[in-house]
Design a protein around this ligand. Structure first.
Ligand SMILES: Cc1ncc(COP(=O)(O)O)c(C=O)c1O
Length: 434
């Protein structure tokens, strides 16, 4: 899926940076060092077999950019992605610049926000940077979309029964305050597209105003038929908002193509960026209907574009915002298609081999169009906590525990050998060897 292309190149950005001040020069040097590191990765092999197991050393080189402990299999990007060294180094340098001259240097970061919005717009496939606000995280974006809309008593919001609190609780609170009705749509896991569409269709009534759901389902790695759902919403005069916490950095996508009205995401999961920066998209033709939530500037003088949503929260962690651009660049240098393919290859391998294990249940679809780097699975009679602890102790691998099933995140820095460790642990637990 092609992104809308804006004229963004590293050279342009460096040009804008060269403003003459010592700090601008320092920033330029950070960017140049960053670009050199990325160039040293070289290009990945052009041919990309579906199961890209033999990579001629390319992915090993990419993996070396990460600071994860040697031998440790980190399989929880879905909660918090690891920051690669080039991004980490740039960001710590930004923090140092803030420490040595707080006011003037933070202003330089604030001035860069326009370039970052520009790049973010291209990355998510917005029609224009005027549809982008830089937030702190997905929750802030979800909340702006939810609080900003004028709704009346009895109006309905339709979401899935598989939402993160960030979306569900925000709407439940509004429902309690303003007499709205939150409807949670259920379908079996793993679902088919038709089951998802039917469940939404059945829940919608003439009082339904908004669809707001996570895509992919964060806990289950399942992608919804988002284009069809957005069309369904619009045909019923509803708005369609996406909680995209697990989208940015895992898959390529294009919001214009999806046809949604709002989208919120963060940089600290699959983009492997710093916590403290997120992206909010609000389609231009709904901006008049969505108020900014908190106003630090006189609200009636707010700009007439999506910037109005980001002028609202007071001081930001500017080094994290500046590092968002580096995280985007890091992925662009590797190639988003390759990253998606690598994550999907690892995930598909895990799902297909796990399916052969007795007592397994896999809640993520096996259809590659509905899944990628996150897999939810479990063993009958074995708790998620037991699986988590066994994997950690015997195989030096980390997954989150908690429920009866677990989510395993396989991203581009993970390896097939690490997935094999998960499979071995599953087999041992399933056959009572553990
Ligand atoms: C689906 C989903 N939405 C929202 C969030 C909250 O994300 P953030 O920390 O960016 O606010 C998460 C975090 O795990 C999530 O999984």
């Amino acid at each position: 899926m092609a992104n809308h292309e804006f004229d963004v190149s590293r050279r342009n950005l460096l040009g804008t940076l060269a403003r003459g001040s010592a700090v601008a020069v320092a920033l330029g040097e950070i960017k140049q060092g960053f670009a050199r590191t990325l160039e040293s990765l070289g290009s990945a092999p052009a041919a990309q077999p579906v199961e890209w197991r033999e990579d001629g050393g390319y992915w090993a080189k990419v993996r070396k950019q990460f600071m994860l402990e040697e031998g440790f299999a980190y399989l929880n990007t879905g909660t918090l992605g690891p920051t690669p060294a080039p991004v980490f180094n740039a960001m710590t340098e930004y923090w140092r610049l803030m420490a040595v001259n707080p006011n003037e240097n933070s202003q330089i970061f604030q001035d860069r926000i326009e370039e970052i919005r520009f790049k973010a717009a291209s990355f998510v496939g917005a029609a224009s940077p005027d549809e982008i606000a830089i937030t702190r995280n997905t929750t802030e974006g979800n909340t702006i979309l939810c609080h900003g809309l004028d709704l009346k008593q009895g109006d309905e919001i339709v979401m899935t029964a598989f939402e993160h609190n960030s979306n569900r609780e925000t709407w439940r609170r509004q429902a309690k305050r303003f007499g709205l009705v939150v409807k949670e749509v259920k379908f079996p896991l793993p679902p088919t597209n038709q089951q998802i569409l039917d469940a939404f269709e059945a829940a919608i009534t003439p009082r339904s105003r908004v669809m707001h759901f996570n895509n992919p389902l964060g806990g289950y790695g399942c992608f919804l038929p988002v284009k069809q759902l957005a069309e369904m919403a619009h045909s019923k005069k509803m708005l369609c908002f996406i909680d995209g916490a697990h989208t940015l950095g895992m898959v390529q996508f294009n919001l214009v193509d999806w046809g949604v009205d709002g989208f919120a995401c963060n940089s600290h999961k699959w983009l492997c960026g710093a916590a403290g920066a997120g992206i909010l998209y609000v389609k231009r033709d709904v901006q008049e209907r969505i108020w900014p939530d908190i106003s630090i500037l006189p609200w009636d003088r707010e700009p007439k574009n999506a910037r109005k949503y980001a002028l609202s929260v007071g001081r930001r962690p500017w080094p994290c915002v500046a590092a968002l651009e580096d995280s985007l660049d890091f992925q662009l240098a590797i190639g988003r298609a390759r990253i998606e393919q690598r994550a999907r290859s690892l995930g598909s391998y895990l799902r297909s081999k796990a399916a052969e294990i007795p007592k397994i249940k896999i809640l993520t679809p096996t259809d590659p169009a509905m899944s990628c780097g996150a897999t939810n699975l479990g063993l009958e009679g074995v708790s998620g906590q037991r699986f988590k602890e066994y994997l950690r102790q015997k195989y030096d691998a980390y997954i989150p525990g908690g429920g009866s099933t677990v989510r395993i995140s396989t991203h581009f820095f993970n390896t097939f050998e690490q997935v094999d460790r998960v499979l071995k642990a599953l087999r041992e637990l399933a056959t009572g060897v553990a």
